[in-house]
Design a binder for this molecule. Sequence first.
Ligand code: AMP
Ligand code: ZN
Length: 116
Amino acid sequence: MGKQDCLFCRIAKKDIQSKIVFEDSQVLAFEDVNPQAPVHILIIPKEHIDKVSDLTPEHAEIVGRLVLAAKDIAAKKGVKESGYRIVMNCNKDAGQAVFHLHLHLLGGRKFSWPPG
Ligand code: AMP
Ligand code: ZN
């Protein structure tokens, strides 16, 4: 299972170490190695999906699970009341660097809007 050359597939298989904060049969969440906020967690499906624009109706459940995991982790990390942002970057204008679907959970500081 997983793409051999994909960083996040390798993290999901535990071939590459990460600081895991949540795991179930379909979802893994771990600390971003280059945090942009006091709380910066990446939430991924264990199944490889390149990016948002490749999603199909069959992915509705897993996408929902990513968001629900983010909500629970935000509460666990203490940013439920202060607030947080969830972000999915798709392709180059958004700056997607890792082509394995992931949701960023960012919190612990104030974010600007519109985003940079
Ligand atoms: P994106 O620009 O949305 O593709 O974000 C990719 C994110 O993955 C960036 O925030 C990186 O800091 C993060 N990242 C890259 N390599 C690792 C790694 N080995 N462990 C944890 N996070 C990583
Ligand atoms: Zn992958």
